[in-house]
Design a protein around this ligand. Structure first.
Ligand code: KIV
Ligand code: ZN
Length: 385
């Protein structure tokens, strides 16, 4: 089995569904370009049938991004698939992500249907999507609460119909990590033709176990993970992309590789937090403000003697540069531009000049201008433009 793990970033779809986190098309393009630099393999750009804004964003992101696959979500409904195919027309690499609920409660209450009919609808949707694109991903919504035997029948049927990736979502964040890992193992062992497709994890964090479940999925054979920056997403969020990337980097003995350039993690995290107005909790793993702050005397003493005593990650590996230039009233344009870039904000020309003027006014009043000050200046500028 290949040890390359594909990173499917759903910040702009599952992440953006959070109330208050909506971005406009220009902001989504900015995020998509940053995700491309970060090295994600797939960008889920939206759910085109859901709104004209989502449709338009998928079109514009498809034009703006070169090498990641652009993915659009649909229900297992022909008009959704037609709409997704149209929105993806300019993507260099495109994928349609279609699916249906497979747990008994979804079948009964959402679809008033039967297990057999759900398999027929799943197969029909995959075949219909294949008329437009080669790369079709199928999601079995609420797979976390779907019994394994039936789930295996669904997965086998959609792979036979041409699905290239099959997503096993723990939609409600219910599974225990061991249970989720066993689900993936069961599918790997019982689905005929499973090696003709990639199994994907998609975990929610309702019980705080999304990262653990995702990791168990990978250790049992999943080769794609669906994740978001800062773990944003509906309710308690989705699996956090930076946690998975850094777990695999720290535990390189697992032999599982991603294409993520981890040095871009901090900037990407800040960009998402500032554009979506969603602060990162200070003690959040990897990207929280306190993630590398040692405050107890014993820890400070140890770290000063040798960082390895209490630090498992070099902050530089995620793009936090301790030796970064300190910004003061004497700093020039170039220093400010560099700091903005480190924070995930790219500005040129007049916009940079304007922020620089505001920066000088602030620097005159303060000894040192912090990252938070700069983010505030950049945010104020965005709101005014
Ligand atoms: O959580 C979920 O089940 C989803 C699907 C629509 C993929 O987000
Ligand atoms: Zn989801």
């Amino acid at each position: 089995m290949s040890d390359r793990l594909y990173i499917f970033d759903t910040t702009l779809r599952d992440g953006e569904q959070v109330p208050g986190c909506q971005l406009n098309t220009v902001e989504k393009i900015q995020v998509a370009k940053q995700l491309e630099k970060l090295g994600v393999d797939v960008i889920e750009a939206g759910f085109p049938i859901s709104s004209p804004g989502d449709f338009n964003s998928v079109i514009e992101i498809s034009k703006a991004v070169t090498w990641p696959t652009i993915c659009a979500l649909t229900r297992a409904v022909e008009k959704d698939i037609d709409c997704a195919a149209e929105a993806l027309q300019f993507a260099k690499h495109k994928r349609i992500h279609t699916g249906i609920g497979t747990s008994d409660s979804h079948i009964k209450y959402k679809f008033n249907s039967t297990r057999e009919e759900i398999i027929e609808r799943a197969v029909a949707a995959v075949k219909y999507a294949k008329r437009y694109v080669e790369d079709v991903e199928f999601y079995a919504e609420d797979a976390g609460r779907t019994d394994n035997e039936y789930l295996a029948r669904v997965v086998e049927a959609v792979i036979k119909a041409g699905a290239t990736v099959v997503n096993i979502p723990d939609t409600t964040g219910y599974c225990l990590p061991r249970e989720y890992g066993e689900k993936i193992k069961y599918l790997m062992e019982h689905v005929d033709g499973v090696h003709n497709a990639i199994l994907s994890t998609h975990c929610h964090n309702d019980l705080g176990m999304a990262t653990a479940c995702t990791l168990e999925g990978v250790l049992n054979g999943a080769r794609q993970v669906e994740v978001t920056i800062n773990g944003i997403g509906e309710r308690a969020g989705n699996t956090s992309e930076e946690e998975i990337a850094m777990i695999l980097k720290c535990h390189h003995d697992l032999g599982i590789e991603t294409n993520i350039n981890t040095r871009r993690i901090a900037a990407t995290s800040r960009m998402i937090s500032s554009l979506m107005n969603m602060p990162v909790q200070p003690n959040k793993a990897i990207v929280g403000r306190n993630a590398f702050a040692h405050s107890s005397g014993i820890h400070q003493d140890g770290v000063l003697k040798n960082v390895e005593t209490y630090e498992i990650i070099d902050p530089k590996d995620i793009g936090i540069d301790d030796n970064s230039i300190i910004l003061t009233a004497r700093s020039g344009h170039a220093a400010l531009k560099h700091r903005l870039e480190v924070l995930g904000i790219e500005l040129e020309g007049e916009k940079l000049d304007k922020i620089y003027e505001e920066f000088l006014r602030l620097a005159d009043k303060k000894k040192e201008v912090t990252d938070d000050d700069i983010l505030m200046l950049a945010g104020a500028d965005r709101a005014a433009s």
